[in-house]
Write a protein that binds this ligand. Structure first.
Ligand code: FEO
Length: 415
């Protein structure tokens, strides 16, 4: 049965949710599923804003048929040519042969790469700032290259001041009837998944996000309709401010994330001690992860949030323990930068962990090392505790220095 919601007069959400998909892009766990949003604008001419993933095609097509009520579809705007939003283009062309597909040059290049049809007579190629009138509604196109694919295009609906923002401002997690963020406990339900989505999917492209945020700031926007997650109609600055911070690689919070690899618990023991000693000094909301236990996307999300990171790993096969190596390479690949970092190494006969961690971290921008790397030979010995205390003191001092700097800038001083 169709399941649609009118989100503004004559504008309908016609998307759906997939709670069964295990991993987004076959990589990122989806404990709460994912929503694929699509929007139908009813006017003299009717425009559909993107389609959905093949997993929910049947629901989606039924939704459209219901809202169309026997009318035909005039335009399909393809804001993002990734298959989780494009699986139904061919079927729509079959059902509505006169359909004009709206995109930019790259959109159609990718479309023909992914699918086996070529229908140039149906293509309407648009450029930055061009407009398409539907009657009372006018669509204005705004290129958003590399947020997070090169063909990405936002659309601004002029009469109702709605921004259709492709993947931007979206998140993991399904919708549960409440389409709007203000109908949900966004902080409790979606914020962490929003950050995990941003950092892992879009995080590499901070400068490109900053560019599009400048364009967005020039528009008078009353609603943001992303392709995943809730729609924003209130308190838009909440998500815009976070995108500003995330894309500038600014930590949201002064605090410590400890990430370790540990084969027999000895490196873990050092990390636990660092965490306890920091806690004893008053540091709150400390996060700690075992790379062999927690999916890297969650660790990366917290690395995006917090200012200070502590990595601990044993040497393995004369190199760095695989899980830690993969995580650090992924952080480097995502362009994570502007963080304070401390290192803990462990080795029994060959010493490579600290060296390899340092090499990867030095390849990243604006990484400041805090304290001397702390190393153990197989297990921590009591005589090393003063040295460990020095590292803890250095991390604590760095947190306080950041707090003092923030206080001077008027942003509060507590760690
Ligand atoms: Fe939701 Fe980049 O696809």
């Amino acid at each position: 049965m169709y399941n649609v919601q009118e989100i503004a007069p004559a504008i309908y959400w016609v998307g759906g949710t997939d709670k069964r998909l295990e991993r987004f892009e076959n990589m990122f766990p989806l404990p709460q599923g994912v929503a694929y949003n699509s929007y139908l604008i009813m006017d003299e001419k009717i425009a559909l804003m993107d389609t959905v993933d093949s997993a929910i095609s049947a629901q989606f097509l039924e939704n459209i048929e219901h809202v169309l009520g026997g009318r035909t579809l005039d335009y399909l705007v393809v804001g993002h040519m990734e298959p989780d939003h494009c699986a139904n283009i061919e079927e729509l062309l079959r059902r509505y042969p006169e359909l004009k597909i709206v995109g930019n040059k790259k959109t159609f290049q990718f479309m023909e790469q992914f699918y086996s049809f070529s229908k140039p007579d149906n293509y309407l190629i648009v450029k930055e700032g061009e407009e398409l009138s539907l009657g009372e509604h006018t669509l204005r196109f705004m290129m958003a290259p590399f947020v997070h694919w090169p063909e990405v295009m936002f659309t601004y609906e002029v009469s109702k001041k709605i921004l259709f923002s492709a993947d931007a401002f979206g998140c993991f997690g399904s919708l549960s009837g409440n389409i709007f963020s203000d109908q949900t406990d966004f902080d409790g339900v979606y914020l962490e998944e929003s950050r995990r989505y941003y950092s892992n999917i879009v995080g590499k492209y901070g400068p490109q996000v900053q560019n599009v945020l400048k364009k967005v700031a020039k528009q008078d926007i009353e609603m943001i309709c992303p392709l995943h997650g809730p729609v924003w109609r209130e308190n838009l600055s909440y998500i815009l401010d976070r995108y500003q911070k995330w894309s500038a690689y600014q930590p949201e919070k002064r605090g410590v994330v400890l990430v370790y690899a540990s084969m027999y618990g000895n490196t873990e023991n050092v990390m636990n001690l660092i965490a306890s000693k920091l806690s004893a000094k008053g540091v709150q909301d400390i996060r700690m992860y075992d790379v062999s236990k927690t999916h890297p996307s969650y660790i990366i999300s917290d690395a995006w949030k917090f200012s200070h990171l502590v990595f601990g790993s044993p040497t393995y096969n004369l190199g760095l323990y695989h899980g830690m190596q993969a995580l650090l390479h992924e952080m480097a690949s995502l362009n994570l930068q502007n963080r304070k970092v401390s290192l803990v190494g462990n080795y029994t006969w060959a010493n490579a962990a600290v060296r390899e961690m340092t090499e990867i971290l030095e390849s990243m921008k604006k990484i400041e090392f805090v304290g001397e790397p702390f190393e153990i030979n197989s297990a921590l010995k009591p005589e090393q505790l003063p040295e460990l205390d020095q590292l803890v003191e250095a991390i604590y001092a760095s947190l306080n220095a950041d707090a003092a700097e923030a206080a001077a800038a008027g942003a509060g001083a507590t760690v």
